[in-house]
Design a protein around this ligand. Structure first.
Ligand SMILES: [Zn+2]
Length: 155
């Protein structure tokens, strides 16, 4: 890596650290506006309450969409995609409505999928590398998915 690339990378980490520190500050406040974990952050994204979405660059997961071939029922699940997703290995549930085995309707990388959700509600997105302590913490302690919220929510 040459000096210019090194300086550019350094600048990114300064920005990433600033975002991580804002998240951690909100998290430790008694009534702070922070959320973490895929399920909680997803609910906040769907209700438009996310200011900044934090995603670990180390995330290796996919969102799998399934549908019932017989009725209108849809289902989504997150699977780990380290080393690629083998769609044949995914456990597909039967439709809870009509008990027909569901079929896979699509697969999206989780970073892309959550970024699209964030775009819909005008949330900022920060991809955080794990090259520094707080960045590694995002992946190890918070499941690689966290959010600074516009306002405090119950989930
Ligand atoms: Zn069905």
């Amino acid at each position: 890596m040459d000096a210019a690339q090194d300086a550019l990378k350094g600048m990114d980490i300064v920005k990433e650290k600033a975002v991580m520190n804002r998240f951690l500050q909100e998290l430790v406040k008694e009534h702070g506006s922070a959320a973490y974990g895929e399920e909680s952050v997803r609910k906040n994204l769907e209700t438009g309450s996310v200011d900044t979405l934090l995603l670990s660059s180390h995330l290796r997961k996919s969102r799998i969409r399934m549908k019932c071939p017989n009725c209108t029922h849809h289902h989504e699940a997150t699977v780990t995609s380290e080393g690629g997703v083998d769609l044949k290995e995914i456990e597909i549930p039967n439709c809870p409505g009509c008990t027909t085995p569901m079929v896979i309707d699509g697969e999206t990388d989780i970073v892309e999928e959550l970024t699209q959700l964030a775009d819909k509600s005008g949330s900022k997105v920060a991809i955080i590398s794990d090259d520094f302590e707080e960045g590694a913490m995002l992946y190890n302690a918070f499941g690689g998915v966290a959010a600074i919220l516009r306002y405090r929510t119950g989930y």
